[in-house]
Write a protein that binds this ligand. Structure first.
Ligand code: SF4
Length: 242
């Protein structure tokens, strides 16, 4: 079955498969996409724990698989250090950053605009420059309120498939994989963070919502930076909630 036709009941898969079955399924999704898209398949590595797992899974499928990371001027020092270590380990991981001037403290006055400029725009550059036809993400439907409606395989931009190979994993299973396969992760997790972003917009949180510490105290609390909700190829927008 071509990968583009795969649509199953995500919630059933979340609770119906065990950890080992989920790992096999994720590998198979990446393997099929790699066979179909070859070098056009690129991992969007956010350098969070989920992306680190996806990056590791992708490398098990083929060490040739490329990736990109988006960084901003506001990333915590430890995240930047971790990113540099990841790039040193895997030079096929390219870093994109928007250094244009923006209003002071835009993250406080208009976080959506700030994320659009510093995160979404460089993602568009990465897709364009690396000729991406299938981007692979670490998105999971159990992460929080904004992530429940995604599919494992989506095409929100025409000509750009999006693969979410660990969509059905629980947070516990991500840490299980990290422990079992000795995957390097950002040291900030050891300080209590559960979801990592830019320093002014990320706090340590407790409670059931994994992303509750993101943009805390703003209307964007627990929300999205926009790379999963905005068009990456604006001229070919199919199905975005802008
Ligand atoms: S997470 Fe905060 S600082 Fe980073 S781009 Fe978004 S609004 Fe700006």
């Amino acid at each position: 079955m071509p990968i583009t036709t795969k649509h199953e009941d995500v919630r059933e898969l979340v609770d119906g498969l065990n950890f080992a079955q989920k790992v096999d399924r994720s590998l198979e999704l990446i393997r099929e996409a790699w066979a179909e898209y070859g070098d056009g398949l690129v991992v969007a590595n956010s350098l969070g724990k989920d992306s680190c797992v996806v990056w590791h899974l992708a490398k098990r499928v083929s060490p040739k698989i490329r990736g990109f990371a988006i960084t901003t001027r506001f990333k915590p020092k430890k995240t930047v250090e971790f990113m540099n270590q990841e790039v040193a380990r895997s030079p096929e991981l390219r870093v994109f950053k928007n250094d244009e001037e923006i209003p002071d403290k835009l993250y406080a006055s208009d976080p959506d605009r700030c994320c659009d400029l510093l995160k979404v725009q460089p993602t568009r550059w990465a897709v364009e420059e690396m000729s991406v036809t299938c981007w692979v993400t670490g998105l999971r439907c159990t992460e929080g309120r904004t992530r429940t409606d995604f599919q494992e395989v989506e095409e929100r931009d025409q000509g750009l498939l999006k693969l979410n190979p660990i969509l059905i994993w629980y947070e516990r299973e991500v840490w299980q994989y990290v422990a079992l396969y000795d995957v390097p992760v950002n040291p900030l997790y050891a300080e209590g963070y559960r979801s990592l972003g830019c320093a002014p917009c990320t706090q340590i949180s407790t409670g059931p919502d994994e992303r509750a510490g993101r943009w805390l105290g703003t209307s964007k609390c627990g929300g999205e930076c926009g790379i999963h909700t905005r068009a990456l190829k604006p001229d070919h927008q199919l199905n975005y909630q802008i």
